[in-house]
Design a binder for this molecule. Structure first.
Ligand code: NAP
Ligand code: F7E
Length: 384
């Protein structure tokens, strides 16, 4: 009998990678999907298409929402999952300052609703639960690097809501003997990362600027540092946590940290552009310092005629500052290595290279669909 998994947040970055991993391991996968007025299944469409070619499709979804207890209870009852991966969340830290109550409802109480559903339905011995906890719990960090024993100090409504969910998960484990784990995951990215998180915003902008569809990239705090890994590696850690003999919480991270400014430099260098930063605070700008024209052409398929030395490509816009910021995150993944045998396989340069290449390809494809050819891109003035 194949194991049955229920994934909330199936349409998100992690949900799509995790569904792929579990299907490949023979699971039947049920995903909770929110009703949306426009299509929101782009990240999982390929999984559906592949699955439908099998005689006995194993990938299903139902409409639901973490704010709706009745819906959660109904489907947990019907699906009787062996494993629940609770990935659904309002996951954008800056947006959580605009929607603190909603964020608390989904990210905090939503987790409680899921834990309660399992308890009320008498599934505490059958169903294992993974809770998507986060390095945002460390916020104003009390220790460097951050491990499972570092005290928490969240710095946003998102972080505070996730703190509630973290402790509810621990409490249900201790009170009801449930197999419930927190994965304290540091930032993880991929070519399907949400478009408004900083890494994807940067790689999309580089593709657009290179192909002549954008003139400048506006960012907020360039000094913040993050421990970035690849989502593909991180969903493997989620799976491993639920295969252990005992439920425990784990930090999942690379152990390296990089500033937003350095990420920008590394990503532009993928298309042969060297960026030099000058100025301070909101006056800081990033200009083209050098262009490797052969590398640019190889990466983009066009000549760099529309770009010149000294051109300003990056600026700071205070709109993207947060009321309280998380300045530095760097995780210590020792426990995950020792107990799960997990280590990050992808390096940051590999991740950046993949993200930039995918976004360049996407922009080229979109343009091709609109115009029926790329020739026009060699005369970029026409299309800006
Ligand atoms: P994501 O791409 O933003 O995906 C979030 C998912 O949650 C989407 O499928 C979204 O549906 C769904 N969702 C949002 N509100 C919901 C609601 N009220 N009811 C049901 N579903 C809802 O996030 P991600 O990067 O994959 O992250 C997955 C989880 O890990 C999240 O809980 C996030 O907070 C946490 N986390 C992420 C990172 C990271 O670096 N990526 C690190 C630590 C923890 P729509 O598609 O309809 O919006
Ligand atoms: O910001 C700075 C920003 O939005 C990273 C979520 O997945 O990871 C994510 O949260 C840093 C911050 O991710 C822009 O101020 C500068 O310091 O990519 P982000 P995040 O806030 O770290 C954690 C682990 C999660 O759990 C969350 O769900 O980059 N930054 N300029 C900017 N950030 C954005 N978004 N946009 C900018 O223009």
């Amino acid at each position: 009998m194949s194991k049955v998994a229920l994934i909330t947040g199936i349409t998100g970055q992690d949900g799509s990678y995790l569904a792929d991993l579990l299907l490949k391991r023979g699971y039947t996968v049920w995903g909770m999907k929110r009703r949306s007025s426009s299509f929101n299944t782009e990240r999982i469409d390929a999984l559906f298409a592949n699955d439908r070619q099998e005689e006995d499709p194993r990938f299903h979804y139902f409409y639901g929402d973490l704010t709706d207890s009745n819906n959660i209870i109904k489907y947990v009852q019907e699906i009787q999952p062996d494993e629940i991966y609770n990935l659904a969340a309002m996951s954008h830290v800056k947006v959580s300052f605009d929607t603190p109550e909603y964020t608390g409802n989904v990210d905090g109480l939503g987790t409680l609703r899921m834990l309660e559903a399992v308890r009320i339905l008498g599934l505490t011995e059958k169903t294992r639960i993974y809770q998507a906890s986060t390095s945002e719990l460390y916020g104003k960090v009390q220790e460097i690097p951050q491990s499972e024993t570092t005290p928490f100090y969240p710095r946003s409504p998102y972080g505070v809501a996730k703190l509630y969910a973290y402790w509810m998960t621990v409490n249900y484990r201790e009170a009801y003997n449930m197999f419930a784990c927190n994965g304290i995951l540091f930032n993880h990215e991929s070519p399907v990362r949400g478009e408004t998180f900083v890494t994807r915003k940067i790689t999309r902008a580089i593709a657009n600027i290179s192909l002549g569809f954008q003139s400048v990239l506006s960012l907020g705090n360039l000094d913040a540092k993050r421990d970035w890994g690849h989502a593909k590696d991180y969903v493997e850690a989620m799976y491993l946590m639920l295969q252990q003999d005992e439920p425990e919480d784990f930090v999942i991270a690379t152990g390296k940290t990089t500033s937003i400014r350095d990420f920008v430099r590394m990503a532009f260098s993928e298309v042969g552009i060297d960026i030099a930063f000058s100025g301070k605070g909101v006056e800081e700008i990033g200009q083209i310092d050098a262009i490797d024209r052969a590398k640019f052409e190889a990466a983009t398929g066009i000549e760099a005629n529309h770009l010149s030395i000294g051109q300003e490509l990056v600026k700071v816009d205070p709109f993207y500052f947060r009321p309280t910021e998380v300045e530095l995150l760097i995780g210590d993944p020792t426990k995950a290595k020792e107990k799960l045998g997990w280590v990050a396989k992808h390096t940051l340069p590999e991740l950046i290279s993949e993200m930039v290449a995918c976004d360049v390809e996407r922009v080229r494809k979109n343009h091709y669909l609109k115009t029926g050819g790329f020739a026009i891109l060699n005369n970029v003035e026409d299309v800006i």
